[in-house]
Design a protein around this ligand. Structure first.
Ligand code: ADP
Ligand code: MG
Length: 241
């Protein structure tokens, strides 16, 4: 069964090994509906690996991943894609906007899986672009946009289908501090509107400014401000059942 009572993300004993690299060494993490949290740590500590696994883009070597109550190891690739399409939006440091494509079409392409007609998808895309303050940049192509604007297009695309969970991997990593602040403000707004938002960053200031901070080092969660102190010594199942 799934429902609002289930954590949006529940990692138990998650490890990930690439050859002889132990990128994650046993992560236990519960993210509840409506949270806004930072996953912070130095380069190479395993942050992106963790995000890719909680985003079901990658499967763990060991441990279990539950998304909105679904155990991902019990789903086929096809079922997992459907769960991902309906549940998770992604934002990456490098925007991933196709060159030569107008903002409105880049965003509308995020709804290709819906099977709805192009005009309908474009209308939804326009609404999403207005939501991120880019109603005046609908026909601009990536090379005509600033870095901050490109990231806002990418965010519009990510939230188009109103996913309950938004995963952002270093969303401000390629931006100057002013554009980065605008993007963070936007993520705060989405959180206030009800989206669960996970922000990966190596920026301690950004991490410290969010309601919950999870620190990752060398493939391990070394600190989690959202884990109640009185439960810190207990095993994860007791915390979350
Ligand atoms: P972060 O996002 O914190 O910088 P990553 O999760 O990208 O860290 O990487 C963690 C470790 O795993 C690093 O040592 C990295 O080199 C290694 N790694 C990540 N992805 C792969 C891969 N596909 N193949 C081999 N090693 C990888
Ligand atoms: Mg990374």
């Amino acid at each position: 069964m799934t429902g609002p009572s289930h954590p949006v993300v529940h990692l138990s004993g998650v490890t990930k090994t690439y050859g002889d690299v132990h990128a994650l060494k046993g992560a236990d993490l519960v993210i509840r509906r409506g949270e806004l949290l930072a996953i912070v740590g130095p380069s190479g500590s395993g942050k992106s690996t963790m995000l890719n696994i909680m985003g079901t883009l990658d499967r763990p070597t060991d441990g279990t991943v539950r998304i909105a109550g679904h155990r991902t190891d019990e789903l086929s690739d096809r079922e997992l894609s459907a769960l991902r399409a309906g549940t998770i939006g992604f934002v990456f440091q490098q925007f991933h906007l196709a060159p030569g494509v107008a903002s409105v079409d880049s965003v509308a392409d995020g709804l290709l899986y819906s099977g709805r007609p192009r005009a309908w998808r474009r209308r939804k895309a326009e609404t999403a672009l207005r939501r991120v303050g880019l109603g005046h940049r609908l026909d601009h192509q990536p090379h005509q946009l600033s870095g901050g604007e490109k990231q806002r297009v990418a965010i519009a695309r990510a939230v188009l289908g109103d996913p309950p969970l938004l995963l952002a991997d270093e969303p401000t990593g390629a931006l100057d501090s002013r554009s980065g602040a605008v993007v963070m403000e936007l993520l705060h707004e989405l959180h206030e509107a009800g989206t669960t938002v996970v922000v990966i960053t190596h920026d301690r200031d950004i991490a410290g400014s969010l309601p919950r901070e999870v620190r990752v080092r060398d493939g391990l969660i070394e600190y989690d401000s959202g884990r109640p102190a009185e439960l810190a010594d207990r095993v994860p199942q007791e915390i979350t059942s």
